[in-house]
Design a protein around this ligand. Structure first.
Ligand code: SF4
Ligand code: SF4
Length: 476
């Protein structure tokens, strides 16, 4: 049996709450489950309650990607609007599913989660299609890391359209010789898109995953824009106050004290940037590589298949997902570092910043890079497209029979919908960490182990040793 609490479930005041629900009039005082009850007044069980929480989390991730897609779909193209509507229907139905007294059937909860997962596949494909339609198909590019100069704006988040709008406005005002633009965190893959690369003042990348922003932004003398999640709130650190006057938020993102970009008007931000000092102290000679979108990788399919058939490539490791602060993320670096040279790493999302400073070189005897950065978290579907293409070429019917291992880091609800998307495609044997999701309980975790053979890494004390131990199993 899988123990989600690692054998540490506590009693008394610190007892983990099995369920918590206070959404209707029948709620017990303080919420059903708050007193340790294992069933709500309505008859909702702990497992149903947690599955409904999971449905809501999946719907949140789906809603985030749907919002990104809405910004770029062609409103005059019926096919785009139909794809959006299909996703909207699943979000609405999933929320309805969690209403009081709607469903008390375990299998139907699982079916709803799989429906969410299928909509997740759809939204990631839609987003990938609209990105490449607007900005071209990314190609590999090497860029500077932590090197900056002049008056500059640092853009963080996932919204490529906003980045394009800002670069366009700087150019229209004839200021592209005077203002440089740099990417942070999930903006890194922007450099791979041909249309965005045309802007000569889109320079390199600064910093790593989202949670370095308090330190990084306090050192950055220029302006900053955060255009989607993940932003660090003001009261977390006094360092935030040192850049609060220089930070702008966009769209749904907000932080107390920051200025907001409204109606895609970037003029105030641009004017402010010219008044701020030129950047100093960012003069590293590091580089990063990005731009291995799956549509580009598929053009390499013949070479990849040849390398597989000749034994030059023995495994593909998808090491991807959201990063979060803490030692646990070292697991993913160690896993990537210890892979044999015949293994290709496919990555995406901000988890790659744990190991994208390493030069993995090419697969020996080939020109195929061992490190492939598919892009942002929404480009994770690329791994599935690559796997499907390899399976078709090799005549393999079940994706689980391919020499592909999936090791995912998860942080928030966008990762939840990606995981549900993988489940809905029948993908098994995923390693998930670095911590067990606390919204599961032992019953649900056991169901996932039995149905999908999921391996929850579960916050190892020694992430490096754990990575090596797991790697031995994955390579066996
Ligand atoms: S829906 Fe059920 S579990 Fe939730 S508050 Fe109402 S009675 Fe309690
Ligand atoms: S990959 Fe996940 S954690 Fe990282 S910035 Fe994107 S949503 Fe946030």
């Amino acid at each position: 049996m899988f123990d989600i609490f690692n054998g540490k479930k506590e009693d008394g005041a610190n007892k983990a709450v099995d369920m918590f629900c206070y959404q209707c009039e029948m709620s017990m005082t303080g919420g059903c489950g708050s007193g340790g009850q294992e069933m709500g007044t309505c008859g909702k069980s702990v497992v149903e309650s947690r599955l409904q929480d999971l449905i809501v989390f999946g719907a949140k991730g789906l809603a985030a990607y749907r919002t990104h897609a809405r910004e770029l779909v062609d409103k005059n193209l019926q096919e785009d609007m139909d794809r959006l509507l299909k996703i909207d229907d699943v979000i609405s139905e999933s929320m309805y599913f969690t209403l009081t007294n709607v469903n008390f059937n375990f299998d139907e909860h699982i079916a709803q989660l799989m429906k969410l997962g299928s909509a997740g596949v759809e939204v990631l494909d839609l987003l990938g299609d609209v990105h490449t339609r607007h900005f071209g198909i990314p190609t590999p590019v090497k860029i500077t890391q932590n090197k900056a100069e002049g008056h500059a704006i640092l853009v963080s988040g996932h919204n490529l359209d906003m980045l394009d709008g800002l670069l366009k406005r700087i150019k229209e005002r004839g200021l592209d010789e005077k203002i440089n633009v740099y990417t942070h965190s999930e903006m890194l893959p922007a450099h791979g898109y041909p249309h965005l690369r045309e802007y000569k003042n889109l320079k390199g990348n600064i910093g790593k995953a989202w949670f370095d922003q308090t330190d990084l932004f306090s050192k950055w003398q220029g302006a900053i824009v955060v255009n989607t999640n993940c932003i660090v709130p003001r009261d977390k650190s006094t360092k935030v106050d040192s850049y609060i006057d220089r930070i702008y938020t966009y769209g749904i993102v907000g932080i107390e004290g920051a200025k907001k970009i409204k109606h895609d008007n970037y003029d105030e931000l641009i004017d402010e940037t010219l008044k701020l000092p030129e950047i100093k102290g960012f003069d590293s000679d590091e580089t990063l590589t990005t731009g291995h979108h799956y549509k580009t990788i598929l053009t390499l399919a013949p070479q990849i298949l040849e390398a597989v058939s000749e034994g030059k490539i023995t495994k593909f490791f998808v090491i991807a997902g959201c990063d979060a602060p803490g030692k646990g993320g070292e697991y993913f670096r160690e896993m990537a570092k210890e892979l044999p040279p015949t293994a290709v790493i496919i990555t995406s999302s901000c988890g790659k910043f744990r190991f994208n400073d390493i030069d993995f070189g090419n697969v020996p005897g080939t020109q195929i890079p061992r490190y492939l950065d598919l892009g942002q978290c929404n480009d994770s579907n690329g791994a599935v497209h690559i796997a499907l293409a390899v399976a078709n070429a090799l005549g393999v019917k079940d994706l689980n029979d391919l020499p592909v291992e999936i090791v995912l880091s998860w942080m928030e609800q966008k990762a939840v919908i990606i995981l549900l998307a993988l489940f809905s495609l029948g993908i098994k044997n995923i390693y998930l960490g670095p911590k067990a999701p606390q919204f599961l309980n032992s019953d649900i975790a056991n169901f996932l182990v039995e149905t999908f053979n999921i391996h929850v890494i579960n916050d190892p004390k020694e992430p490096k040793a754990q990575a090596r131990e797991d790697l031995e199993k994955l390579l066996a």
